[in-house]
Write a protein that binds this ligand. Sequence first.
Ligand SMILES: [Zn+2]
Length: 72
Amino acid sequence: MTMNLTPEQVGELQNALDDAIEYRGPGNGSCHDCTPQRMCDDHQGDKEAADSYRDLRGRLADLLGHREIEAA
Ligand SMILES: [Zn+2]
Protein backbone atom coordinates (compact mmCIF):
# COMPACT_ATOMS: atom_id res chain seq x y z
CA MET A 1 0.00 0.00 0.00
CA THR A 2 1.28 3.43 -0.89
CA MET A 3 0.48 6.54 1.04
CA ASN A 4 0.30 9.63 -1.07
CA LEU A 5 0.45 12.15 1.70
CA THR A 6 2.86 15.03 2.05
CA PRO A 7 4.62 15.50 5.40
CA GLU A 8 2.43 18.58 5.84
CA GLN A 9 -0.69 16.47 5.43
CA VAL A 10 0.59 13.90 7.89
CA GLY A 11 1.21 16.79 10.29
CA GLU A 12 -2.38 17.90 9.78
CA LEU A 13 -3.54 14.40 10.59
CA GLN A 14 -1.49 14.42 13.76
CA ASN A 15 -3.06 17.72 14.77
CA ALA A 16 -6.50 16.28 14.09
CA LEU A 17 -5.65 13.25 16.21
CA ASP A 18 -4.38 15.51 18.98
CA ASP A 19 -7.73 17.25 18.98
CA ALA A 20 -9.54 13.93 19.01
CA ILE A 21 -7.37 12.64 21.86
CA GLU A 22 -8.02 15.83 23.79
CA TYR A 23 -11.73 15.51 23.18
CA ARG A 24 -11.93 11.84 24.14
CA GLY A 25 -9.22 11.87 26.73
CA PRO A 26 -9.63 11.12 30.38
CA GLY A 27 -10.16 14.24 32.42
CA ASN A 28 -13.25 14.99 30.42
CA GLY A 29 -14.27 11.51 31.36
CA SER A 30 -15.98 11.20 34.66
CA CYS A 31 -19.61 11.23 35.58
CA HIS A 32 -21.80 9.86 38.34
CA ASP A 33 -21.70 6.44 36.64
CA CYS A 34 -17.91 6.29 36.79
CA THR A 35 -16.22 4.89 39.89
CA PRO A 36 -12.51 5.02 40.78
CA GLN A 37 -12.39 1.29 40.03
CA ARG A 38 -14.35 1.25 36.84
CA MET A 39 -15.37 3.75 34.22
CA CYS A 40 -18.87 3.69 32.81
CA ASP A 41 -19.32 2.17 29.36
CA ASP A 42 -19.37 5.56 27.66
CA HIS A 43 -16.18 6.77 29.24
CA GLN A 44 -14.49 3.40 28.86
CA GLY A 45 -15.27 3.67 25.16
CA ASP A 46 -13.81 7.18 25.09
CA LYS A 47 -10.64 5.95 26.74
CA GLU A 48 -10.25 3.11 24.26
CA ALA A 49 -10.81 5.50 21.37
CA ALA A 50 -8.22 7.92 22.78
CA ASP A 51 -5.74 5.05 23.19
CA SER A 52 -6.18 3.96 19.60
CA TYR A 53 -5.86 7.57 18.34
CA ARG A 54 -2.65 7.89 20.33
CA ASP A 55 -1.37 4.64 18.82
CA LEU A 56 -2.21 5.85 15.33
CA ARG A 57 -0.54 9.17 16.02
CA GLY A 58 2.63 7.33 17.02
CA ARG A 59 2.55 5.40 13.76
CA LEU A 60 2.25 8.65 11.83
CA ALA A 61 5.26 10.02 13.70
CA ASP A 62 7.21 6.90 12.70
CA LEU A 63 6.11 7.49 9.13
CA LEU A 64 7.64 10.94 9.23
CA GLY A 65 10.81 9.44 10.59
CA HIS A 66 10.90 11.20 13.90
CA ARG A 67 9.55 9.66 17.02
CA GLU A 68 8.02 12.04 19.44
CA ILE A 69 7.94 11.48 23.13
CA GLU A 70 4.38 11.75 24.29
CA ALA A 71 3.85 13.76 27.42
CA ALA A 72 0.52 12.16 28.15
ZN1 LIG B 1 -18.71 8.09 33.01
